[in-house]
Design a protein around this ligand. Structure first.
Ligand SMILES: O=C(O)C[C@H](O)C(=O)O
Length: 465
């Protein structure tokens, strides 16, 4: 057991383990919110350290904070960014809705560590104050939303978008490689007219292209930062140049397009940017769900399903059925898409529930947002490497199903009319005949006409993928 020291806040003294850098408010939160296992995500902790670093620099430049103290805070923040203090941020997502306790957790850790860097000690005789120095020109109400946006933009641009581009490229190569393979189409889960496998996959690629655009279009709003609004958006206790300077500093530190929010009241009172951004993530989940479902249906079998494509066989599928292999990557991807859609509902309800000057659903919103990004990015990476790259056509099965299909009859519409063509198809289906045999039996056309008119490869149109 580590020894304790006494830390104090406005509520009075409280014991804190001596080996920890956090202070009284972190300790109170730990004791009052023993709720579930979800902790503040590391991406958010890092974004908060970046925000504190930027604020200390700008406060020092504006001569509001002694340079020596600012440098110590910056060094402490850099240590957090280098994961040297990763056990110092133990707080639950399910805490105050403004994120104040996590903001104070960071303020306390940086103040105690900066004090040590300056040759002082941690605890009540520290040389750096959590509120007066580390939190200078700030309120949780502008700091926490800023850290949320910093974490979200970095996660989207550095983790999600690269994986989305890789999967899109893999599917594009498949669409090109399979552009001449004619197969039967399906609508309503019933046989329809033919298309090429390349055309079918090109639809998936176009879906991902649209998803990418929707996600990119959501970034500028998320790149607006609340910092400088302080408690209610008015900027009380800040220098007039602070908001613009601190956003610029964060943009330089992260190489991301951050700007100060033009309206701090909106930035504090809502989570609209993340609601909109998560909407784009939800859209991606909807697309991935359709793609993964199509892949597993097309690869179903191996003997008794559709079986038009083969996918990599990665691991045994069954503990009881020998030799069975399952489309497990599709299953993982569709499951995580469900989770992202659920997260979207939670983000929407949280975003819709702000009151007056502040939205207090923030830890939940950022927890869901970052989880959705991790799920989608890792999920696409896994699906790409262990499934999509290995998709191959099963030529025999594709031509078998194509030639057995009744909807090739659609090509006869323009020659003998819909009604006679329908009669041919229905008779073929009822009597188990091929289309040609049925057509000849009804006497609506000659064998030579059938062969000339019913040509699947000429039914796929000129739609390029
Ligand atoms: O923690 C703060 O800076 C403000 C707090 O969220 C509040 O508005 O009560």
């Amino acid at each position: 057991m580590a020894a304790n020291r006494i830390e104090k806040d406005s509520m009075g003294p409280i014991d804190v383990p001596d080996d920890k850098l956090w202070g009284a408010q972190t300790q109170r939160s730990l004791e009052h919110f023993r709720i579930s296992t979800e902790k503040m995500p590391i991406e958010l902790v890092h974004a908060l350290a970046l925000t504190k670093r930027a604020a200390a620099k700008v406060n020092s430049d504006l001569r509001l904070l002694p340079q020596e103290r600012a440098e110590a805070i910056i060094q402490a923040a850099d240590e957090v960014l280098a994961n040297q203090h990763k056990d110092e941020f133990p707080l639950a997502i399910w805490q105050t809705g403004s994120g104040t306790q996590t903001n104070m957790n960071m303020n306390e850790v940086l103040a105690n560590r900066a004090s040590e860097i300056l040759g002082g000690e941690r605890g009540m005789s520290r040389l750096v104050h959590p509120n007066d120095d580390v939190n200078k020109s700030q309120s949780s109400n502008d700091v926490f939303p800023t850290a949320m946006h910093v974490a979200a933009v970095i996660a989207v641009r550095e983790h999600l978008i690269p994986q989305l581009q890789v999967l899109k490229q893999t599917l594009h190569s498949k669409a090109e490689a399979f552009k001449d393979i004619v197969k039967i189409g399906r609508t309503h889960l019933q046989d329809a007219t033919p298309l090429t496998l390349g055309q079918e996959i090109s639809g998936w690629v176009a879906m991902l292209e649209h998803n990418l655009k929707h996600i990119e279009q959501s970034i500028p709003h998320v790149a607006e930062l609340a910092l400088g609004g302080t408690a209610v958006g008015t900027g009380l206790n800040t220098h007039p140049e602070y908001a613009v300077r601190v956003a610029k500093e964060l943009a330089e530190l992260t190489k991301q397009p951050f700007v100060t929010a033009p309206n701090k009241f909106e930035a504090l009172a809502t989570c609209d940017a993340l609601v909109h951004g998560h909407g784009a993530l939800k859209g991606l989940a909807a697309s991935l769900m359709k793609i993964a479902n199509d892949v597993r249906w097309l690869s179903s079998g191996p003997r008794c399903g559709i079986g038009e494509i083969a996918i990599p066989e990665n691991e045994p599928g069954s503990s009881i059925m020998p030799g069975k292999v399952n489309p497990t990557q599709c299953e993982a991807l569709t499951m995580l898409c469900c989770q992202v859609m659920g997260n979207d509902v939670a983000v929407n309800i949280g975003g819709a529930s702000g009151n007056f000057e502040l939205n207090v659903f923030r830890p939940m919103v950022i927890h869901n947002f970052l989880q959705s990004i991790r799920l989608l990015a890792d999920g696409m990476d896994s699906f790409n490497h262990h499934c999509a790259v290995g998709i191959e056509p099963n030529h025999d099965r594709i031509s078998q199903l194509l030639n057995e299909s009744l909807m090739l009859v659609t090509a006869l519409n323009t020659h003998i009319g819909y009604d006679k063509a329908a009669e041919i198809a229905k008779q073929a289906h009822k009597q188990g005949l091929t289309l040609k045999a049925s057509a000849l039996k009804l006497g609506y056309l000659s064998e030579e006409e059938f062969d000339r008119w019913v040509r699947p490869e000429e039914m796929v149109g000129s739609m390029k993928q």
